[in-house]
Design a protein around this ligand. Structure first.
Ligand SMILES: [Mg+2]
Length: 124
């Protein structure tokens, strides 16, 4: 069976590496992006489409909200599971994330078990 590709967008290299490690340990393939614009380029340019996006909010060039809104405008990505993982923990940030079209909102620091549980739930 082909492995599922998950795209991770975060401007922090440490977080990208941490999230990649969590996902690879659980058997997923990983694509990484340094901001929203890079994520869109990687998704559009990828021959094998990611099954899910895990994105930060605060990133240069294009933030996570905009990335999600852009993806939701495309019929192909309307239903793609999207998880936000952000340091922003206020209700207004979560509401903004869900309004943009995120399925799940997780506050950093990332608990690997919680992240994986949510990924499995969204992909089941
Ligand atoms: Mg950031």
């Amino acid at each position: 069976m082909a492995r599922s590709i998950v795209l991770i967008a975060d401007d922090s290299e440490m977080i990208r590496n941490f999230h990649s490690y969590i996902l690879k340990s659980a058997g997923y393939d990983v694509l990484t992006a340094v901001d929203g614009a890079d994520a869109l380029e990687k998704i559009y340019g990828c021959s094998e489409q990611p099954v899910m996006v895990i994105t930060d909010i605060n990133m240069p060039n294009m933030d996570g909200y905009t990335l999600i809104e852009r993806l939701r405008e495309v019929p192909e990505y309307e239903d793609m599971p999207i998880i936000i993982v952000s340091t922003e923990e206020e209700l207004k940030d979560k509401e903004k994330g869900f309004e943009a079209g995120a399925n799940i909102y997780i506050v950093k620091p990332t608990d690997p078990e919680i992240l994986l549980e949510n990924i499995r739930m969204l992909l089941s």
